[in-house]
Design a binder for this molecule. Sequence first.
Ligand code: AHG
Ligand code: MN
Ligand code: MN
Ligand code: MN
Length: 335
Amino acid sequence: MHLGRTTLSKFLIQQLQDVEDQGKLAALLVDVAAAVKAISSMTAKGALGGYLGTVEHTNVQGEQQKKLDVLANDAMVTATEWGGLVAGLASEELDEPYVIPENFARGPYLLIFDPLDGSSNTDVNVSVGTIFSVLQHAGTEQPATSDYLQPGIRQVAAGYAIYGPATMLVLTVGKGTHGFTLDREVGNFILTHRDLAIPEDTSEFAINTSNARFWEPPVHRYVTECQAGKAGERGRDFNMRWIASMVAEVHRILMRGGVFMYPKDTKDPSKPGRLRLMYEANPISMLIEQAGGASSTGRQRLMEVQPSQLHQRVPVILGSRNEVLRIERYHAEHE
Ligand code: AHG
Ligand code: MN
Ligand code: MN
Ligand code: MN
């Protein structure tokens, strides 16, 4: 029964045939999928698992950690540190990169992740996710923080898991973006969404409008035109969504198009945006581009931003290509 289905491992072996170290990259992604299954099981138990609520610790972003932030982080570390596949790990929930213990071999990859994205939503039972980025590490030395600071275009794989009504894994190794659905009875991820393609045009946008007073003029202009609907510049009505879980917004955009913005604003001048470059914006941008969409800071292609810090933030504007280009144009016209 079901034996003809394409499992994650089968798919990866096929996709990575001509890639150096292909077995290692496939094995790493399968280890990440193992962590995702563990996190999926914890998030699905909700209050019955005793997993809801916060812990005392505050992360490097100044956010009070949820219990699930910590447990999801531990799941990713435990699933990947032992296999001889990674040279090091970095996470939203770890101030410094994780050093692979002496008794485990180091491998050719750096794995950077947001263990639980949208964690403000755990206590209200809204979809959350895990985001990950895979970079290469040259040499056999223990990686320094500077080794992680590679632009998004250097990613060899990226993906996210979404813990919604169904748990899905969406990933790319640079050959399109593909979605897998967790068959909970069998415990396998099954290819259900091959070659995702984002429509070039859309009439749906996503932005936290409570920040409107802090936006820059180009973002104001774009959103105001959308809100004006048929009567305005755009000549058609727009719909708006805001879930406050980036993975959930991105998943919707991969399924039916749309544009997502967490732009630069003036709320806190020390922060150039809300989202984190290395473990949120870069991996999501690779998935979006591989599905035919675009991802920008408003001023440049997001994956070309040269990182200077592991936990740095960045403005994000991504999704349906023509809308992202329009918003970039509004920025250029304003400069
Ligand atoms: P995280 O839970 O990993 O810290 O990330 C939350 C992010 C992202 O998922 C979402 O798009 C955004 O924060 C929501 O921000 P607001 O609370 O400002 O809506
Ligand atoms: Mn957080
Ligand atoms: Mn996040
Ligand atoms: Mn997080």
